[in-house]
Design a protein around this ligand. Structure first.
Ligand SMILES: Cc1cc2nc3c(=O)[nH]c(=O)nc-3n(C[C@H](O)[C@H](O)[C@H](O)COP(=O)(O)O)c2cc1C
Ligand code: SF4
Length: 549
């Protein structure tokens, strides 16, 4: 009898929790997996204590370790993203630790509402995109942190929606990825249209590149630049395949392919097969659209980069407006292990080689450099900027901001958080509006800490941090400045006086600051500040003022 009552009470309790899980909007994982989804939060809560005795340390997991994930989750939710008690990293027997040489007299922080100040921590890109070649729609990207190309197809519709809306909230650009321009990309965030080898959204009936189709696709959309993808760090030279089951009528229409059939991106481009031909295509697109045109590539064979830089230096009439280097550590929806692990150079090495090619040709100032490959953390982003990048892209870090838990099932179509799947039940758990705010809050936090690091180095803009400020510490207390480790010559990646003055002026001018709009206010149901209540304010950097000691 007593047992029966207890059973009924338990069943009622479980039913109550199930109903709550299904109705709440904050956590996709609970909506998709009522009851059992709580295990994840329990493990997260008690994980640190458990891990002290068993399992792994905070720095062991890959691709993103626990500290990195915790920093993103806390930042995205506007929770305390500082860590207590000091570093748990091994500092004395490491193979390559990045140490930033701070200045004795840090630059003062801007006041609230000033450029680079709370709440938006806006940082414009280090250079003007398209200026060197006088493109009709030249512009300086308002944010030096932008969202990396991840197609609708690899990502779910609600995930693409959340990222684009988040971009609108914080003024970043979102690359469409190679899967074309979807309605989910149209939430007001500005776009970079990516052209992959499948030419989705810009192909003719035979699958060849069509400038006409490109113009039709981007007409009426806030596309600010075009990105030709040569390769991706996780799978260079492989192309891709979206299996038939994932080629829904919606995706087929966006890509310009047949529904229900495998959708193949070939390994290479059919529109060009040499540096000369590539530059012709770049110029045709720039002429036909007026937009700056860049390339995205992983770094392998060096001769390509040398030839590209030398050709551009010789023939100033033709050239790419930006070069986005994707590190071999970059992510993908699906790729063979050998490719993710062994093809293409890691970001720092690859970027340094590409930068060197342009610097030696004397045209590094004429090209906007961008990078991707685990750069969505303040220290890594600063390192990229010190190496000469003018912008950084974030891919998986942005996915984590909108709920990805690094389950690494993106290739199965069964992503438990609804981020990387087309399964309607799983995507139903992802609330795009709420996650857009999380994404925006993460970007603000990243920019805020990046600026705090720059000021620690005595400058107002992170692009003013030169590579001598970063030291690589090795085993047995060896150490060397980053520029020495990567073979930079004196003066490389150091902005010339005119650009330095321009960046300083940008960071001090009161004009141009975009005050947060009403969309940055409370969102009913965003539990960051209690349901229906005002969410926590975007984190100041550091959010919790350090106490003595
Ligand atoms: C699910 C997924 C889909 C991706 N799709 C594309 C794509 O369509 N085009 C592209 O250039 N890169 C694609 N990438 C690579 C990312 O844009 C980015 O270059 C890479 O993940 C490195 O950045 P990260 O370390 O910040 O993730 C994809 C990555 C992921 C995880
Ligand atoms: S939760 Fe897992 S499957 Fe989903 S996007 Fe993240 S890593 Fe991929």
């Amino acid at each position: 009898m007593a047992r029966g009552r207890a059973g009924r009470a338990l069943a009622a309790g479980l039913a109550g929790v199930t109903a709550y899980d299904l109705l709440q909007r904050r956590h996709a994982i609970l909506r998709n997996f009522p009851i059992i989804g709580h295990l994840r939060y329990l493990l997260e809560l008690f994980g640190p204590e458990l891990r002290q005795y068993i399992v792994t340390s905070n720095d062991e997991e890959r691709p993103f370790n626990r500290d990195q994930r915790r920093w993103i989750y806390a930042s995205a939710k506007a929770q305390t993203n500082t860590f207590g008690f000091g570093t748990d990293n091994e500092m004395e027997s490491v193979s390559a630790m990045l140490a930033i040489r701070h200045a004795p007299f840090p630059a003062p922080p801007p006041a609230d509402g000033e450029p680079g100040g709370f709440p938006d921590y806006a940082i414009p890109a280090g250079k003007v995109l398209g200026a060197a070649r006088g493109r009709r729609h030249t512009f300086r990207p308002a944010s030096l942190v932008n969202v990396s190309g991840m197609s609708f197809g690899a990502l779910s519709g609600p995930a693409v929606h959340a990222l684009n809306e988040g971009c609108r909230l914080v003024g970043c650009l979102q690359s469409t990825g190679e899967g074309g321009l979807a309605p989910q990309h149209c939430q007001g965030g500005e776009l970079v249209f990516q052209i992959g080898t499948g030419y989705f959204g810009c192909r003719d009936a035979q699958g060849r590149f069509s400038l006409e189709r490109l113009r039709e696709t981007i007409a009426g959309h806030p596309v600010r630049a075009i990105e030709i993808k040569l390769s991706q760090g996780a799978k260079p030279g492989l192309g891709g395949l979206l299996p038939a089951a994932k080629v829904t009528p919606e995706i087929a229409a966006i890509r310009g392919v047949e529904a229900g059939r495998d959708c193949v991106s070939p390994p290479g481009h059919s529109a060009f097969s040499s540096v000369d031909e590539l530059l012709d295509v770049v110029e045709a697109i720039a002429d036909g659209t007026g937009l700056p045109v860049g390339i995205k590539s992983a770094v392998g064979e060096q001769a390509f980069w040398d030839e590209l830089a030398e050709t551009m230096a010789r023939d100033r009439g033709r050239g790419v407006d930006y070069v986005l280097v994707d590190g071999g550590e970059g992510g993908t929806g699906a790729a063979p292990l050998t490719f993710t692990d062994h093809v293409a150079l890691p970001f720092k090495l690859g970027f340094a080689r590409v930068y060197a090619a342009f610097a030696r040709a004397g045209i590094a100032e004429d090209v906007v450099f961008a990078g991707s490959g685990k750069l969505g953390f303040p220290d890594q982003a600063l390192c990229a900027l010190a190496l000469g990048a003018d912008m950084v892209n974030v891919g998986r870090e942005a996915m984590m901001a909108i709920g990805c838990i690094q389950a690494q099932r993106c290739h199965t179509g069964r992503c438990p958080t609804g981020v990387a799947t087309q399964n309607a039940w799983l995507t139903g758990g992802l609330d795009p509006q709420l996650k857009a705010v999380r994404h925006a809050t993460y970007v603000r936090a990243l920019r805020g800490e990046l600026l705090a690091l720059a000021r620690t180095c005595g400058v107002a803009h992170p692009a003013l941090v030169d590579p001598g400020r970063i030291e690589i510490v090795g085993e047995r207390f060896t150490s060397a400045p980053l520029h020495e480790v990567l073979g930079y010559e004196p003066g490389w990646a150091v902005p010339p006086p005119a650009r330095r003055a321009e960046l300083e002026a940008l960071m001090s001018a009161r004009t141009g600051f975009r005050p947060p709009g009403p969309e940055l206010g409370p969102l009913p149901g965003d539990g960051t500040g209690g349901d229906g209540a005002v969410p926590d304010a975007p984190a100041r950097q550091p959010r919790v003022p350090p106490v003595a000691g």
